[in-house]
Ligand binder design. Sequence first.
Ligand SMILES: O=C(O)c1ccc(O)c(O)c1
Ligand SMILES: [Mg+2]
Length: 614
Amino acid sequence: MRTSIATVCLSGTLDQKLAAASEAGFDGVEIFEPDLIASPESPEAIRARADELGLSLDLYQPFRDFEGVGPDLLEHNLRRAGAKFSLMNRLGIETMLLCSNVGTARSGDEQLAATQLRELGELAERFGVRVAYEALAWGRFVDDYEQAARIVRLADHPRIGVCLDSFHILSRGHDPQAIETIPADKIFFVQLADAPILSMDVLSWSRHHRLFPGEGGFDLAAFMGHLVRTGYDGPISLEIFNDTFRQSDAASTAVDARRSLRLLEDETRAWLGRSSRGRTEQMTARPLPVVEPPADINYVELRTDAIDEMRTLLAQLGFAAHGRHRTKSVELWSQGAARMVLGRPETQPPPPTVAGIGLSVSNPDAALRRATDLFAPEIHRPEGPGDESLVGVRAPDGSEVFFGLEGSTEPKWVREFPVPDQPGAELVERVDHINLAQPWQHFDAGVLFFHSVLDLRSQPSMEVAAPVGLVRSQVLRAADGVVRIALNLVPSGAHDDAILPQHIAFASTDVLALARQARERGFHPLDIPANYYDDIEARYDIEASLLAELKELNVMYDRDEAGEFLHFYTQAIGTVFLEVVERRDGYEGYGALNAPVRLAAQYQQRRDAEGVPA
Ligand SMILES: O=C(O)c1ccc(O)c(O)c1
Ligand SMILES: [Mg+2]
């Protein structure tokens, strides 16, 4: 599969965009006209630069508002097109994208549009170029790819074909199956974009919210499957208009982009494999190693300067102290199968406080190979003699993900730490979920990373109101539900990022007993306001004695169709806090209704700690 990316996806100057695309391993790029016009380089110099970087220039775009017009305007439009064809000759670009007319078309007569495209084809012939006609989802008369394909057929000119853009097709709910009725030699270009499922006008959706494949809600494997069945073998190009990507580092965006196509190629191969008429020969990348989703989170590594406070907190929650590792400057705390590795930040820039997680997988080597095939940077850790070697990769937010062998007993590396003097309280069973605050520019990349590398599935994303802004939250979880990772998007305006810390939630068999024992050890939970308890009483008709106990211990409550959820929070230590949860009778959620109350309580806690008057 030949991969391409539109320069509009990336931030920076045209030269920086080309460099980022090349560095990430793309075969080619689409030149977006505003990037060219704004460039100080001549078209010839841009061509030379692309050659030097090993990039083909696959498309020049967009050309707008050509067809369906009156005779005077047609003449003007042909003159405009001639100028662009001549520019394309200087750039050495063969294909120009023509968007369906959104403004100047007077008629939706398909025969008229076809006749005018035929004239454009004649002109293109003279320049040795060709035109790919794309139905924009908001086109004045042409807004559907089947209509565009009909007009192209009527135009019947070798220099006129279609451009298929998954966004325009899938955003309108059009069935991509009819792609198979378009002859492959009439498909001149293919653009891919994913998007979150939103209910808004399609133009704004397209111009601001497109995402790389795998980051949104479209079924792009099916789209690709229908395309591959036509025999199309041209470039597959990403065209992502996204406000965040325009502002973030081009090099890392380009790597995310390549990751998305790598995954999609694999998913397309699988889709074709399941269908009766698969032709997978164009899926040229070797298949990604298949991995089972991780079986559990076998440790979480925290790097914090507030190490004494964290020790106190873990002890209050009933964790056993194993002490320091025999060679590394970290210590281990455990309770049940929940293991916390604790150390100070040692690298510059400092790692996120939740600096790493260990995942138990059936085949660590395959998991590592899959991750590196998906362009995740591998981590090499110095090891002491006899220490178990850790294999892992770096996530987009800078945290580390290590793969360990799944098994019924504890991981071997635990024996590299001393045995605790006192056992833990054993009211915590394991890590229930972790919640990673993502810097605003890494959120979508984080979703794609955990989805593609670990085969975790995205749950619908949610928005939670916090005093500092709306927090977008997305849970990714394994099919069996054991491993759950929630990603939170820190609002870009929230300079005080400590208000949206990361957190680790432990699963307990008896949260009330644990809260009581912790209190006896001096623990003070996050204070929950009395108004909250009035509200849940009204909402759920909770038994008076339970309500009193929840209130006394600052434990929050939720319910779904299956069961109940009891959970409490610790106060934050720096940018991290802990949670203990009890899921009764198969409750599946995370207490979403409680999240705004918790965020406001944390905000209040910080203001109190800083002595700000209420
Ligand atoms: O939003 C637009 O105008 C626009 C332009 C070119 C495209 O290929 C496209 O899909 C959308
Ligand atoms: Mg497009």
